[in-house]
Design a protein around this ligand. Structure first.
Ligand SMILES: [Zn+2]
Length: 207
């Protein structure tokens, strides 16, 4: 994604704040115009821990951290924040940010309900895969891994390890600047998960 196509100044400063560095993360989360969307969202606290290197890494991290419905909400808010900021950049600001944001959330929610109704198979876009959320038995941990291949950006790998109560023991997110098939990325993510579990002292994991 080229930043200068996304209405961020070529001198590296945000066109709206004029004081912060350029990045997609800035445009969607930190810009003065969109911050309020997140401050009053259920993600306000989690965002403090989220990776800030790139939007892709942050997306992947949330994908592992929150359940399916919350992830959809997160994506809806990100989309709404982006659209709202663009409306200001193009000097056609939405009349009400809150009403606009709700519209995006509803749109994504309705779409998701529609997809559930028309298909029993959960088909995930963008070549992203994800494990299930079943808790492991007592005495073992569950390793969930996730991989995503983004053309021109590389590969994102993420792993989360939970104990039998569902408590997150560790999360790791890595970006590889390489191109590969989704299956290979998934295999690498799984290997990273096993490595992380071992490092935490576990030699048995829930599959
Ligand atoms: Zn800004």
């Amino acid at each position: 994604m080229r930043v200068n196509q996304r209405h961020i100044r070529s001198d590296g400063l945000c066109k709206i704040c004029c004081c912060e560095g350029e990045s997609i993360i800035h445009a969607i989360f930190l810009c003065s115009k969109v911050r309020g969307i997140w401050d009053f969202s259920p993600f306000a606290e989690l965002l403090g821990d989220a990776p800030s290197v790139s939007f892709s890494e942050r997306l992947l991290w949330f994908h592992l951290k929150v359940n399916h419905d919350d992830f959809l909400l997160f994506v809806s808010l990100a989309w709404a924040a982006w659209a709202y900021r663009n409306s200001i950049v193009f000097e056609e600001p939405w009349q009400s940010r809150e009403v606009g944001v709700l519209g995006f959330v509803k749109l994504v929610h309705d779409y998701s309900e529609h997809m559930k109704a028309v298909s029993c198979v959960s088909n995930r876009a963008g070549g992203v895969s994800r494990g299930s959320w079943v808790l492991p038995d007592a005495g073992v941990v569950r390793i969930n891994t996730d991989a995503a291949v983004f053309e021109g950006w590389g590969v994102g790998l993420a792993t989360v390890i939970r104990d039998c109560h569902g408590v997150i023991l560790d999360v790791i997110v890595r970006r590889l600047q390489a191109q590969m098939q989704v299956a290979m990325a998934e295999a690498l993510a799984a290997r990273m998960g096993v490595y992380l579990a071992r490092r935490l002292g576990w030699d048995r994991g829930g599959a």
